[in-house]
Unconditional design. Structure first.
Length: 366
């Protein structure tokens, strides 16, 4: 199949805006064009979205509120498409639209993303593929993670020594392992989520820049070990988790006498420890680990991760992969795989019964 111009749109669990990337792909091969942007949510969208996510169980049946949030999200994504089109001068053939995850429960096999693919198609006058997770869930999977098949493509493209791992550290962290035969993927733990929420609620900043605050603190390893003893970390892969799933544990921690730096240092060790636990259950030790997502910019976090094991651990940006846009590229790739009738999730990545073709196609002409 001929390579098509496809825009991928990803707004991850960190809820900090939209990453948009234009690629050329046929669902097998992929070429980066170098055209990519980050487009922030407007203030109204960000406020409504946080209200919806943090009060999901109270608001999930309020259809008017959900529609209001969804329409704001779609409008912001359409603005991101417009900006990227102006930058590239290339009219895309297809849009991959992930939507915004507002709730994920692996035990109940529920994954909720809001944002209408059909409305976005009507706005931008381009065919849109969205709802990538639902077919997987309908066929026995957890609906996450959906990135391993694209990570595998990048490992092949860059000819990395195998086995190799990609670890994406966003609101939640997840891992992809490939040894040339077996593709495995699963969620690891909290990623940046706990640290970011604490910074926003208590320090008036979106995140701990480069881990500077955490680096000045002293972690409480009693609490770290207690955290890593939670049932999630004892589960075998494939497994997935919601960024808020650790909230009850954190709310019950005796943190009153801890400094901000000690708390962030402890939360950072939660992330480091969960990554270590994930690596320990892989079939074999990887020869290379590539870190991507917002976590790769946290110098203190990267230093801690690199101290874990005698493995070549690098940030994606160091080796020619723009780790801030991998997820957006992945959504573009998955959208094209839908049109090419190729699977996007697999038994060892989500627990789905058999390789699954995911996504729904929305055409503004219909």
């Amino acid at each position: 199949m001929k390579l098509k111009n496809v825009i991928g749109l990803m707004s991850g669990t960190s809820m900090d805006g939209i990453n948009a990337s234009l690629v050329k792909t046929n669902g097998e091969a992929l070429e980066q064009t170098g055209y990519q942007i980050i487009s922030n949510y407007n203030e109204t969208t960000a406020r409504l979205l946080k209200e919806y996510i943090f009060n999901y169980h109270k608001l999930k049946n309020n259809k008017d509120f959900e529609k209001e949030v969804s329409n704001e999200i779609v409008t912001d994504h359409n603005n991101a498409i417009t900006k990227l089109n102006r930058l590239s001068g290339i009219k895309p053939d297809l849009i991959g639209f992930h939507g915004q995850t507002v709730f994920h429960n692996s035990l109940k096999k529920i994954s909720v993303q809001i944002g209408s693919g059909y409305l976005l198609s009507k706005m931008c006058k381009i065919k849109v593929v969205s709802e990538f997770r639902q077919k997987d869930i309908e066929n026995g999977g957890e609906g996450a993670p959906i990135s391993p098949i694209y990570h595998k493509l990048l490992m092949k493209k860059f000819n990395f020594d195998l086995p190799c791992c990609f670890i994406n550290i966003g609101g939640v962290s997840n891992i992809t392992y490939w040894d040339g035969h077996t593709l495995i993927g699963f969620d690891l733990g909290p990623g940046n989520g706990l640290m970011d929420i604490y910074c926003q609620k208590n320090l008036g900043v979106f995140f701990d820049y480069q881990g500077e605050i955490a680096s000045k603190g002293k972690p409480d390893f009693y609490l770290v070990n207690k955290f890593l003893d939670l049932p999630f970390f004892k589960k075998k892969y494939p497994k997935s988790i919601d960024r808020l799933e650790f909230d009850n544990f954190v709310k019950n921690l005796p943190l009153e006498n801890f400094s901000h730096s000690d708390i962030l240092s402890t939360f950072l060790e939660f992330t480091v420890g969960s990554i270590q636990k994930g690596i320990e259950i892989l079939p074999s030790l990887p020869k290379k680990i590539v870190i991507m997502g917002g976590g790769q910019h946290n110098k203190h976090l990267m230093k801690k991760i690199k101290s874990l094991l005698p493995i070549n651990i690098v940030g994606a940006n160091q080796i020619g992969i723009n780790g801030d846009y991998v997820e957006a590229e992945m959504i573009a790739y998955l959208a094209m795989r839908k049109l090419a009738k190729k699977p996007i999730t697999f038994p060892n990545t989500t627990g789905v019964k058999s390789p699954c073709i995911g996504g729904e196609v929305h055409n503004f002409l219909n």
